[in-house]
Design a binder for this molecule. Sequence first.
Ligand code: DOR
Length: 437
Amino acid sequence: MSTFVLRQGLVVGETSSAVRDVWIEDGLIREVAPHVQAPKGSTEIDVEGCWVGPGLVDVHTHLREPGHEEAETIESGAQAGALGGFSAVVAMPNTEPALDNPALVSYVLDRGARTPIDVAVAGAITQGRRGALLAPMAEMAALGVRLFTDDGVGVQDPSLMRRALVYAKPLGVRLAQHCEDEQLAGGGTMNEGVVSSRLGLVGRPMLAEELMVLRDIELVRLTGCPMHFMHLSTARSIALVSAARLEGLPVTCEVAPHHFTLDEDSMTTFDPIFKVHPPLRGAEEVAALRAALVAGHVDAVATDHAPHAPEMKDLPFDEAPPGMLGLEHAAALTYEALGAESASPLTFFSLLSRGPARVAQLRARDARLRHGAHGGAMLAGEDANVVVFDPNVRWTARRDALKSRATNCPYDGRAMLGRVCVLIAKGELVVNNGALV
Ligand code: DOR
């Protein structure tokens, strides 16, 4: 395997950062020191002025394989992830067919192992994600699956969710909930409020999300099984999870970049590119989500990268599927939300690497899943999953420059500050100078 020395970047540890050299060899971080003597034949990369931290981890990535390879494949999604600085992604189970059994989980793990980054899998909670019968979670857990979700929809039936939690607890896995009460959401296509009334579109009220958060916190209290709350989009949802966490309940939550960078006013374009579930909310919620990120009330920024083929996204607003791309812009958008120049590098890596690695239980190597350890402390002996983020680069997001197979990116033309310039994943140089090697 290769040898690298990253020279004079700000190395961001768990609790402090310092300017250091990082020597990587044979898939491991060998030394982190003020000055490292470069071993013969090593590739030296000058990263002065950049942040050097553990490779980013996305707990919420939709790869469309099997079923919708025209939108994304495991390979193309992994490449988009790598370019975004992710050394590990968790593939969501809402493929066609759904990842609700060991054979399909193994298929995705096998394909994922052939990509330059680690691809973990979230299994479905219910068979076919239909919300009626539990999926064989124990058999999938035996393959190393640690996260289960019906994402795309939430588990609507509270008694089924209760049973799922009771079943999951002894397996040591975590259930992740897409929080939307479908009856309250009522077939809406955007946030319910003044803007939806003006546009004449049916709205999905914030309460549809908050009620399910409230319900599931109580189910966690009843069963003692951990739960992860996905793509929360309102201040109240975050407050509910924060209060439950303070009570000592085993709950974690994530926020998606589109929810803290875009608001419901985008809908005035009637462009389905902005259609997503849960929907983009009002500006007040966006500001509250940003404040929650800074305050440490959120465990992870998760992309909810949701590729859709152009012929699907170009349908009339009501018919187009919800979802937008996220992997390639998450780092810059998180940096922006944390205050750009005033952003804390510790919070940045906590939200984009250490927190999500903890939620997805990817902090230790797992031979069954064939993945290494992620979200580390940047210490000698750790697996070489390392990212370099340059907070000084100004660039413009371009839909036609994406690695993803799909193009449903809502940020086309947006000015960005901060870019992933290097990614070392599985001990190899995958991204250099902001481009795939
Ligand atoms: O908008 C969404 N799209 N929300 C989800 O939860 C699923 C996703 C998708 O798979 O397209």
